[in-house]
Design a protein around this ligand. Structure first.
Ligand code: CA
Length: 225
């Protein structure tokens, strides 16, 4: 098993290299995001340990987002400042698989890495795409061909549900169950109302009509290439 460690602090990098080598892993260490890009593009690693705080304009979180955009699904464990809850949430939202706050017990790091290595690479995009339509659940941003689509939280939740099932006919009751918190009665037209809002928002951003009405059943988001 081969690991990449991205850590600029020389002392911490040395500790990680020695400790992980003792676990029987081959370890490469780089000190910034640029070197880390070159490393993952030239070597297939089994897992990456990445510090959030890196020198230069790119943080560990930026680097991890780049990695997933490149369609590289190597497991990533983020090292964060223990006190910073925001870092931890962002760490997971940027496509990392796990995080550990500094300072940490080395045994815990090794155990978490073993768990990630068992899991291996699985594709789990953090951003939903359907043709030119892109929805980022972490930042709540939606774009059509680069144009911002302004959505209310409910409209966003509705589109999110459609985008996880492109091409499928979704029944009104199914949509109600997944997008609304409490049960409406079956005669409620709230789904129709929100689909109408969503169509208006999408067309304002220049999108064609992507949501088809399936008479008597519900709706379908056209699956784009
Ligand atoms: Ca650092």
């Amino acid at each position: 098993m081969k690991l990449l460690v991205i850590e600029d602090d020389v002392r911490m990098a040395g500790l990680l290299r020695r400790g992980l080598a003792l676990e029987g892993w081959a370890v490469d260490v780089v000190g910034d995001a640029v070197d880390a890009r070159h490393a993952v593009l030239s070597t297939p690693y089994d897992a990456v340990v990445c510090d959030v705080g890196l020198p230069g304009p790119e943080s560990g979180l930026d680097w991890c987002r780049w990695l997933r955009r490149e369609d590289i699904w190597t497991p990533v464990l983020m090292l964060t400042a223990r006190s910073d809850v925001r870092d931890r949430i962002e760490g997971l939202d940027c496509g990392a698989d796990d995080y550990l706050g500094k300072p940490f017990a080395f045994g815990e790091l090794a155990a978490r890495l073993r768990a990630l290595l068992r899991r291996g690479e699985t594709e789990r995009p953090t951003v939903l795409t359907n043709g030119d339509l892109v929805l980022d659940p972490a930042s709540h941003q939606v774009h059509w061909a680069g144009h911002v689509v302004e959505l209310s939280p409910r409209e966003l939740a509705l589109l999110d549900y459609f985008m996880r099932r492109p091409g499928d006919v979704l029944r009104r009751t199914e949509i109600l169950d997944h997008v609304w918190d409490y049960a409406y009665d079956g005669t409620s037209n709230v789904v129709d109302v929100y689909v109408r809002y969503l169509r208006v928002r999408l067309s304002s951003a220049g999108a064609p009509d992507l949501i088809e009405t399936v008479r008597g059943v519900g709706y379908r988001l056209k699956a784009l290439g």
